[in-house]
Design a protein around this ligand. Structure first.
Ligand code: AHR
Length: 490
């Protein structure tokens, strides 16, 4: 099979906002306890954070991490995780039927985030709490006034504000499973009033209002329109969440999920623009795809109710999952004109690229690699790509071209980077490139993620799926079912 990618330096999608390479740490399972934090671990630092995990996280160069949930936040009192650790209350975590010890909270997490070199995207509880508590939290994090919550922060040892810029107004409030689930009208009102107070306290923050929990929600579309009808003038982004799985073991369909993701993004952008038109507004609402990943392997895992840090949602990712994650990243890059934030959900142990053993090893899963390369090299200006190649139709009627690709150039580095997935299960594809405006470009690096067995996984003892450097030859071919990064210098 053959394919051609055509680009022109003047035909630009947009500047990639580095925050599309964000991630997510929730208080759930072993994400925090046994994940980023384990004071008894042999690599633990003075704050109890695992240095082995920290090193892997740093490799991903994640610019922003959403915290502390997720469903967890909708029943959470942020004050429980501040101040003297010995006085912090143990609480029921209703969202995940676990016990939350509160050994780690905002005070600790912001220390960890500093070590990682990442910003925090803070979610407020709009399930069991409301505007006042959210305002107090903004005060605690960002202000320097002589007032109660600022003084509380200072007493807890933090003279300087944390300076948290990006905030989520609750989590998945459209979902019946959510603590404090609301109708679109109820949520639209409380989100608006919360936004007003938060921005009054700190006008420099940016707010993400909850969109639908996923595309298949029966309220999808109507939810966004009603919520924006209330909150449009007070918020900056609307959220999208979506997880995919190969539930029917149909790999061709599974590899095409990013086409679904693309349609989802375009639908939400259209809804935002409809709301904009209705409001006669000059302001554009952008998108925060703040939960995305593969999630299905761990479905049905049993654990002891009310235990501390049970092993839940610990999906073990195989090679085909990495291909889907790679193509979802391409979709995010190709939609960078509207998607300004995206969070791979999640980061450690829970549906995550990084895994640990309690008191033991840390290792990386298959999906770590496309994420790492995209985050490190996918920064700059995304170009519109025209791809001439064959396509196939999925059982649910999505048309998927065999080649999925994004093209990003970085003028400073004089570099053009192409991320490409070959979805064909049978054929290598010979690729030709028509790079208008980059005629002198030279291929200097070809990284390939390939495994002959789509179901291969990485374990603590065995890394079977890992990227390899390909020889650069006369002809450029992308192996069947492979993820690729091509770096050109111009
Ligand atoms: O990421 C796991 C869960 O998925 C989150 O807590 C929730 O927001 C979503 O449903």
């Amino acid at each position: 099979m053959k394919a051609e990618i055509i680009i022109n330096k003047n035909f630009i999608v947009g500047e990639i906002d580095k925050r599309i390479y964000g991630s997510f740490i929730e208080h759930i399972g072993r994400a925090v306890y046994g994940g980023i934090y384990e004071p008894t671990h042999k690599t633990a630092d003075n704050n109890g954070f695992r240095k082995d995990v920290l090193e892997f996280v740093k490799k991903l160069n994640v610019p922003i991490i959403r915290y502390p949930g997720g469903n967890f936040v909708s029943g959470y009192n942020w004050e429980d995780g501040t101040g003297d650790k010995t006085k912090r209350p143990k609480k029921l975590d209703i969202a995940w039927s676990s016990t939350e010890t509160n050994e780690v909270g905002l005070d600790d997490f912001q220390k960890w985030a500093k070590q990682v070199g990442t910003d925090i995207m803070m979610a407020v509880n709009l399930g069991t709490r409301g505007p006042q508590d959210a305002q107090n939290l903004v005060e605690y994090c960002n202000l320097n006034t002589d007032t109660h919550y600022v003084n509380m922060r200072k007493e807890n040892g933090f003279k300087e504000p944390f300076g948290i810029k990006t905030w989520c107004l609750g989590n998945e409030m459209d979902g019946p499973w959510q603590i404090g689930h609301k109708t679109a009208e109820e949520y639209g009102r409380i989100a608006t009033e919360t936004a007003k107070l938060m921005k009054c306290a700190d006008p420099d923050i940016e707010l993400v209002v909850c969109g639908s929990s996923n595309y298949d929600m029966p309220t999808f579309g109507g939810w966004e329109l009603s919520v924006l009808d209330h909150a449009y003038d007070y918020v900056d982004y609307i959220s999208l969440h979506q997880y995919y799985g190969n539930n029917n073991d149909n790999t061709s369909d599974f590899l095409a999920r990013s086409v679904h993701m693309d349609a989802f993004i375009k639908s939400v952008a259209a809804i935002c623009d409809a709301a904009k038109a209705k409001k006669h507004s000059q302001k554009t609402i952008n998108l925060s795809f703040d939960e995305w990943n593969i999630w299905f392997h761990s479905n049905g895992t049993k654990f002891d109710k009310w235990s501390v840090a049970p092993a839940i949602l610990e999906d073990v990712y195989n090679f085909e999952d990495a291909l889907v994650v790679g193509s979802m990243l391409i979709t995010l890059q190709n939609n960078c004109d509207r998607v300004k934030i995206a969070c791979l959900a999640q980061l450690v142990n829970v549906i995550a690229p990084i895994m640990t053993e309690n008191e033991g090893a840390a290792w990386v899963q298959t999906i770590f690699y496309p994420f790492m390369y995209s985050s490190l090299n996918g920064r700059g200006t995304a170009l519109k790509t025209i791809i001439n190649c064959d396509s196939y139709t999925t059982t649910d009627n999505f048309v998927a071209p065999y080649i999925e690709a994004s093209v990003i150039y970085n003028e400073e580095k004089r570099e053009l980077v192409i991320f490409a997935v070959n979805r064909s299960l049978d054929d290598n594809i010979e690729l030709s490139l028509n790079l208008e405006g980059f005629e002198t470009a030279n291929l200097v690096e070809h990284i390939e993620l390939y495994s002959d067995n789509l179901k291969n996984v990485n374990t603590k003892d065995n890394t079977t799926v890992y990227p390899k450097k390909r020889e650069i030859g006369e002809k450029l071919a992308l192996k069947k079912h492979s993820w690729n990064m091509l770096v050109y210098k111009y």
